[in-house]
Structures are given as structure tokens and as C-alpha cells.
Design a binder for this molecule. Structure first.
Ligand code: DGI
Ligand code: FE
Ligand code: FE
Ligand code: FE
Length: 187
């Protein structure tokens, strides 16, 4: 699908700021794909649709998880987690995207998962470092992302988990598994 066509399809689902974020993720993901030898067209598509369900009705998404998705444990954690796997489902069924690597990149963009594909890592990372992001520590992750995606992902997870702990938010086991696996691999 053409970039302009895909952007046109996602726009009505997003706020203005979220649309700007999406364009930032798209540009960042395409740069990372070039840099690390991944398919930049798939990076573009996954990035454009990664937050497709960000503003969907939460009860609708909970029902979708209960009836159609495999990881039901997500229902016991923060509702912010729903938009990633539900987004992949809607993008498949409403937009017609069938590439499993693209759909997985959307499914896992919030938590990551152990054994991520190159494309999944790119979307996970691009979502965190795109130019509109301003949170503390983001520049260090940006710097690492210029040369080592795995190192960048470790720092990102370290900061995300610290942020969640500080706010006394539940930690989703998959987020922790992603962190543990990254640390094991680094040794
Ligand atoms: O949708 P975005 O804002 O672009 O970014 P995202 O999809 O990475 O979502 C980030 C949100 O997800 C942020 O509020 C932190 C939250 N999050 C990430 N991992 C976990 C989590 N929330 C909980 N409760 N547990 C997690 O493990
Ligand atoms: Fe998201
Ligand atoms: Fe993220
Ligand atoms: Fe996002």
C-alpha cells in the first residue's frame, strides 16, 4: 500500500498529536530498517498502523481479547496494553494487512517479547525514540540505536520498568520476560 493511502486510513482513528507521533515512528522505523538491513516497506506499514487501536473503546477491546485473542492474561493488567494486540487484529480484519511479521510488530510494540524479529525490534524501538518523544533518558536510547539495537532495547526496557515501578503500575510478565531475555543474551 502507498504511504499516503495508509496514512489516510489511519488518520481518522487518531488525535492530531498521535498522528504526529505516528509519522515520527514511521520515519524513525524506516531509517532503522535501512541501517540494520530490514525491509523498510514493512517497517513503514507496521509503523503507520501500530497505534491504530489507541483510542478504541476499552470494553470492545476486552471482549475481543476474551473471544478471539490468545493472550487473555493481558486483561489483568493496565488497559494501556490492549491497543497493541487488538490493533493488530483490527488492522488485519479492517485494513486487510496479512503479513504476519507486520502484524506481530504491531502486537508486540508495547511490551516486546523474547526472540523478536528484526522488524519487531525496529517498531518497539522507533515507538520509544521517535523525534516527538521527550521523556528523560530518551537521548541515550537514541544514541545507542545508531549502532546497537539490542543495547538500545535493554536501556529502553530498563527505563520503562523503572517508570512503571515508580508509579506502582502492574508489570506485565511479557515485559519482564523481554527484559530478562535481553539481559541473558547480552552476557
Ligand atoms: O502507544 P504509545 O503511547 O505510543 O506507546 P506504547 O504502546 O509503548 O504504550 C506505552 C504505555 O504502555 C505506557 O503508558 C506504559 C505502558 N506499559 C508498557 N509496559 C507495561 C505497561 N503498562 C503496564 N501496566 N505494564 C507493563 O508491563
Ligand atoms: Fe502504542
Ligand atoms: Fe512503546
Ligand atoms: Fe506509539
Amino acid at each position: 500500500m502507498e504511504q499516503s493511502q495508509a496514512l489516510k486510513l489511519v488518520k481518522p482513528h487518531l488525535t492530531e498529536g498521535r498522528y504526529r507521533h505516528t509519522v515520527g515512528v514511521m520515519e524513525t522505523a524506516m531509517i532503522l530498517a535501512e541501517r540494520f538491513g530490514e525491509d523498510s516497506k514493512k517497517a513503514e506499514t507496521a509503523a503507520i498502523f501500530h497505534d491504530y487501536a489507541k483510542y478504541r473503546n476499552k470494553d470492545e477491546m476486552r471482549d475481543l481479547v476474551k473471544n478471539k485473542l490468545s493472550r487473555k492474561d493481558i486483561l489483568d493488567y493496565g488497559s494501556e496494553l490492549l491497543h497493541a494486540p487488538c490493533g493488530a487484529y483490527y488492522v488485519e480484519h479492517e485494513i486487510g494487512i496479512t503479513d504476519q511479521n507486520v502484524l506481530n510488530a504491531i502486537t508486540y510494540h508495547t511490551t516486546g517479547r523474547p526472540e523478536m524479529s528484526g522488524l519487531e525490534k525496529i517498531i518497539f524501538l522507533a515507538d520509544y525514540i521517535e523525534p516527538n518523544r521527550t521523556f528523560p533518558g530518551v537521548d541515550e536510547v537514541r544514541e545507542l540505536a545508531t549502532r546497537n539495537m539490542d543495547e538500545a532495547i535493554i536501556l529502553m526496557l530498563q527505563q520503562t520498568i523503572a517508570f512503571l515501578v515508580k508509579r506502582r503500575q502492574l508489570l506485565y510478565p511479557l515485559t519482564l520476560e523481554t527484559f530478562n531475555e535481553s539481559i541473558r543474551k547480552q552476557r
